[in-house]
Design a protein around this ligand. Structure first.
Ligand code: NAD
Length: 397
């Protein structure tokens, strides 16, 4: 005897991404109106954000009759592991979080949002959470989709879940305390969207490149660029939110980037910095294949430099780049599915990259870095030279 019971199980939940400036104004209820448990909230806060923002958050919540319980976690990749997830779960249990009606509030960079989001996705099989991104990269990228996750050993994002946030609240005021390097890193992800998906966005970035040091995208042009970035990102994510299709234009810049972010490097690059290098490497491969013009590749290289993004770290060896592609191939179900730019605003996906062409293109990129460093009158390493262009402008709230 046999019996069959077909079941359709799908998990979809609507959520909203909302610009909400100034988020912490007394009259702004956005951060408190979701949830039905009165008088308290659990807030996970990035340690780099806490010095400037914890007191303001406290005053804001108190003004709304809420006593927040803060858990400050180390910002950046050092928090993105299963130990932090365990610590968060322990604290949620102590707090006695209401499983349905009390959103966990995450305030921080992409690493804290990914880690806190993953904890929320597994605690009692999933509790609601609100993202408040505090870096540029998290604003345009890590906050937008439904992915959460942590690293295991040197494997980035090895463990994770699709768990949509209840709400994403955006406020550019948080950018005021970011380092110039973090601003540049976020610009790297916007550059990816421009190169791979939207020529207008690339042009906007190009036109405003020399303003970001002072404006930190907090002016009208910055607003337009950020809104456009989120729209382009959502156009890519919406039809493929669970990544059933593994050829994704938003994966441009994420084929070789892990090699540049490797923790084994003495000074690993930030995520967006590594993405920008991957874009340039991919562009050089495209030029060698006759897919992209040299002029457009050079335009990309110039803009990368203008945005304050670094060249190839001196310690990087070509095999690491090929290893990164091999790892991505495994992640992409056995096919390379490597996005390559066709022109500014458009890319394709290929499965037949050869090790020799990747290594040759990498050597060309590394040589370009060396040439730029030599030409730099101050003879500073390219990363410092580029970062120096992005003066740190103190704009405390
Ligand atoms: N889930 C996704 O879809 C997705 C997408 C893209 C990236 N990511 C992940 O996001 C992470 C990168 O995010 P990121 O670029 O925000 O870096 P990050 O979270 O590592 O933050 C960078 C640094 O800035 C600090 N910081 C955060 N906000 C600050 C502020 N307002 N002022 C001063 N310092 C501040 C952090 O403590 C950290 O030291 C990576 O782990 C990446 O894998 C996730």
């Amino acid at each position: 005897m046999s019996s069959r019971w077909p079941v359709t199980a799908c998990s979809v939940a609507p959520y909203e991404i909302r610009v909400c400036e100034p988020l912490l104004a007394e009259g702004n209820r956005a951060l408190t109106e979701y949830g039905h448990v009165p008088g308290r909230r659990f807030v996970i806060l990035d340690s780099a954000v806490a010095p400037s923002w914890q007191d303001r958050l406290l005053s804001y919540f108190r003004a709304h009759g809420i006593q927040p319980t803060f858990m400050v976690v180390p910002g950046g990749e050092q928090c993105k592991n299963l130990e932090t997830v365990g610590a968060i779960i322990h604290r949620l249990r102590q707090f006695g979080l209401d499983r349905r009606n009390e959103p966990v509030i995450l305030v921080g960079g992409g690493a804290v949002l990914d880690t806190g989001g993953f904890a929320a996705s597994i605690y009692r099989r999933g509790v609601p959470f609100i993202r408040v991104p505090t870096t540029l990269l998290a604003y345009v990228d890590a906050s937008v989709g439904i992915k959460t996750g942590v690293n295991v050993g040197t494997a980035k994002n090895l463990v994770g879940a699709f768990h949509p946030p209840a709400l994403v609240l955006l406020d550019r005021e948080f950018f005021s305390s970011l380092s110039p390097r973090d601003i540049a890193s976020g610009l790297g992800e916007i550059l990816k969207l421009g190169l791979g998906c939207d020529e207008d966005l690339f042009d906007m970035l190009d036109a405003a490149a020399d303003t970001f040091a002072t404006t930190r995208l907090r002016d009208a042009a910055g607003f337009t660029i950020l809104a456009r970035s989120i729209e382009v990102m959502l156009d890519e994510l919406r039809p493929n939110i669970f990544e059933r299709e593994l050829c994704r234009r938003v994966d441009l810049g994420h084929t070789f980037s892990q090699a540049f972010e490797m923790s084994s490097l003495a000074d690993p690059l930030l995520h967006g910095e590594a993405v920008a290098l991957d874009l340039n490497l991919s562009a050089l491969i495209s030029v060698r294949r006759g897919l992209l013009s040299e002029k457009e590749s050079a335009r990309l290289a110039n803009l990368t430099d203008e945005l304050g993004l670094p060249g190839v770290p001196p310690a990087m060896q070509p095999p690491a780049v090929w290893d990164s592609l091999t790892e991505r191939t495994q992640h992409r179900a056995g096919r390379q599915r490597a996005p390559l730019p066709l022109r500014i605003g458009e890319c394709t996906s290929v499965d037949d990259l050869r090790e020799d062409e990747v290594v040759d293109a990498f050597r060309e990129l590394a040589a370009r870095t060396t040439a730029a460093a030599t030409a730099d009158s101050a003879t500073r390493p390219p990363r410092q030279a580029a970062a120096a262009r992005l003066k740190h402008v103190e704009e405390r709230p």
